[in-house]
Design a protein around this ligand. Structure first.
Ligand code: FVH
Length: 277
């Protein structure tokens, strides 16, 4: 295990808990001490840790840290399987795979959704991609609930960035809406509970929007744009009257106007996809 931050340490502990002989390395050596006390072997260098095991798992801060550690490892990775669980882009994952293959190693890219205390439980989600995954699925499944996204090494990162981006899009909208509710003197905790309960209604809607985009046949989902545009005006003026940011509402309104002007006022929300750059 290379990298013993919060996440790397939790991963090393999960392997130890399942009886795996685990060698650990961290740039700041003191972080290996608690793991050595828990039964791991602490290696003085990353290359010595790699030499100890056929399966090498890395979880570092970012892509720059991965590049630094990989370049120090060089050809010592020959014959190993590298599993990189560091957050990063699809391009970084594909470049890491090329780097590993050129040195006679195989590469699995992994991305983590969940906090360190959940590692080793189904509440920690691990997304994987790369051709070597199947052979190591059993070991990697000890870390949490696992999903495989295909042979393209970048596929797990594509899914991870999309999932994380959706989370931020939703949560930023939620913060702005809480601002509206608080400006109106409403109970925001009660609102949060009610909105959470209504989230299940979005499940079929998300699927039907994706299907409408694939088929390019846009039913009036959420109602025809002609009708929705009037509602957008209410949303924008309500927010503006309270001094709350309405930038995404204005963007949505502009997209609706363009679509209506193009003669598609009878179509639904999903049809705005046609206008996205
Ligand atoms: N912690 C979390 O909740 C999440 C949840 C979802 C995904 N992540 C990703 O996991 C990666 C590691 O995150 P972390 O929480 O373990 O981060 P830290 O505790 O800050 O540990 C960072 C480790 O990286 C080492 N490191 C940093 N730079 C270098 C470098 N140039 N060379 C070698 N190692 C480096 C650092 O070493 P040190 O500072 O202790 O010497 C730590 O071992 C991350 O991609 C999250 O996005 C976490």
């Amino acid at each position: 295990m290379l990298g013993l931050g919060e996440m790397g340490s939790a991963i090393a502990r999960a392997f130890l808990a399942h009886g795996y002989r685990t060698t650990v390395w961290n740039r700041t050596a003191s972080k290996a001490v608690p793991l050595a006390e828990a039964g791991a072997v602490a290696a003085p260098t990353a290359a010595e840790a790699v030499a100890a095991s056929p399966l090498v798992v890395m979880c570092l801060l970012d892509g720059a840290a991965v590049d630094e550690v990989l370049s120090a490892l060089g050809d010592t990775v020959e014959g190993k399987v590298l599993v990189n669980l560091t957050s990063g882009s699809p391009a970084q994952a594909r470049a890491n795979e090329r780097w590993a293959n050129e040195r006679g190693a195989r590469y699995i890219d992994g991305k983590i959704m969940g906090d360190p205390p959940y590692v080793g439980t189904p509440n920690a989600r691990f997304l994987f991609s790369g051709t070597a995954f199947e052979a190591h699925e059993e070991t990697l499944s000890l870390l949490g609930s696992v999903s495989y996204h295909g042979e393209d090494a970048g596929a797990a990162a594509v899914e991870f960035l999309a999932q994380v981006a959706m989370g931020y899009e939703l949560l930023l909208g939620f913060l702005h809406t809480l601002k509206v509710m608080r400006s109106e003197g409403a109970d925001i905790i009660g609102f949060a509970d009610r909105f959470a309960a209504s989230l299940t209604a979005y499940q079929p809607l998300l699927t039907s929007i994706a299907k409408a985009i694939e088929s390019r046949e846009y039913p009036p989902d959420l109602g025809p744009l002609d009708v929705q545009a009037a509602l957008m005006d209410d949303l924008i003026s309500h927010r503006e009257s309270l001094g709350v940011e309405a930038v995404r509402m204005r963007e949505t309104r502009q997209l609706m106007e363009r679509r209506i002007a193009d003669g598609h006022g009878g179509q639904g929300f999903s049809s705005l996809f046609e206008l996205l750059g």
